[in-house]
Ligand binder design. Structure first.
Ligand code: RRO
Length: 311
């Protein structure tokens, strides 16, 4: 039987699949569902210092080839997620989970990271540099100078395992420039990709979500080619000490297989999890294992990053 076991930042996970931040992770009830599923871990909804209501509804829609959202960073505040993660460390110390966070300003981001640093949290922190939906706030990771400054300052005091959630990039020069920034810092992983920012879906003569006159982050089938390209571009460019988490357009075992082939060590499911519920983890696991068995692969290392080129 092929194994889906993987490691991130030196921590082991029985299964390389987990939720993508934003889906099934706003409340303890949702996180408990993911924890008790076939998923190898979970990540909590990106947290800010204070709880936020987010943007007005409707702010998420499933559409035929994926999803569009402009949630606006609704969350329960960092303490809610940190308290839950600390309690899990007591009851299930053998498992490792991810905490996602970002401040509404660089100062707030540092306040959050210092809070985590000074807490008993032993898991993995994901800094979300790619929220596309807060009116007036650009996606941080599209601004390389700001990204460099935030990471430089953060690693001055933060010494727990830290990775970043990235937006998709669309130009080879941007892959080069972004990788140069990330390679200067002791990041444990980059997670490619967040939703493709500021798309639009129209039904009859109208947009389908209220915030920002219908502009929203696109997920699902639309984004798999972009996600795979970003996973592989960073797999090619980053120091081997910086692992890749692949996110975007995963509905099937084949989709997860492609992310791993591009270099992903862990694969996250967003839109398909929203649409299908936590049973998606079992379905995708079985599909991935079937592909591995057919090809004679016993573990992820047998094909991770081994994408073939023509000529
Ligand atoms: O809450 C959101 O609107 C949101 C966030 Br923080 C994010 O990182 N990605 C996304 O598609 N939506």
């Amino acid at each position: 039987m092929p194994s889906l076991r993987t490691q991130i930042a030196g921590f082991s996970f029985d299964n390389c699949l987990m939720n993508a931040a934003g889906v099934a992770c706003m409340t303890v009830e949702e996180l408990e569902e993911v924890r008790q599923s076939a998923a190898g871990s979970f990540v909590t909804k990106t947290a800010t210092l204070e709880a936020r209501a987010g943007n007005p509804e409707p702010r998420y829609r499933d559409v035929p080839l994926g999803s569009i959202n402009s949630m606006g960073l609704p969350n329960q505040g960092i303490d809610y997620y940190l308290d839950y993660l600390l309690s899990l460390q007591e009851s299930q110390p053998e498992r490792t989970f991810f905490l996602s966070l970002v401040g509404m300003s660089p100062d707030e981001t540092h306040t959050l990271l210092k809070k985590v640093q000074n807490s008993g949290f032993k898991g993995i922190t994901e800094l979300n540099l790619s929220c596309p939906n807060v009116p007036g706030k650009p996606q941080i990771a599209y601004d390389f100078e700001t990204t460099e400054r935030i990471l430089g300052e953060a690693f001055g005091y933060f010494d727990k395992p830290l990775g970043i959630k990235l937006p998709p990039y669309f130009d080879i020069v941007h892959f080069d420039q972004a990788a140069e920034v990330f390679n200067r810092h002791p990041l444990k992983f980059v997670n490619c990709v967040n939703s493709i920012g500021n798309g639009m879906y129209i039904e009859d003569e109208s947009v389908v979500i209220r915030p920002k006159n219908g502009f929203g982050g696109i997920g699902g089938e639309y984004i798999k080619p972009t996600a795979l390209a970003n996973v592989h571009a960073f797999y090619q460019r980053l120091n081997p000490s910086i692992q890749i988490i692949g996110t975007g357009g995963v509905y099937t075992g084949r989709d997860a297989f492609e992310h791993i082939l591009c270099g992903a060590s862990m694969v996250q499911i967003g839109t398909a999890l929203h649409q299908q519920g936590v049973e998606v983890f079992e379905r995708v696991s079985l599909g991935l294992k079937a592909i591995m068995a057919k090809k004679g692969y016993e573990k992820l290392e047998d094909f991770k990053g081994k994408l073939k080129y023509l000529g």
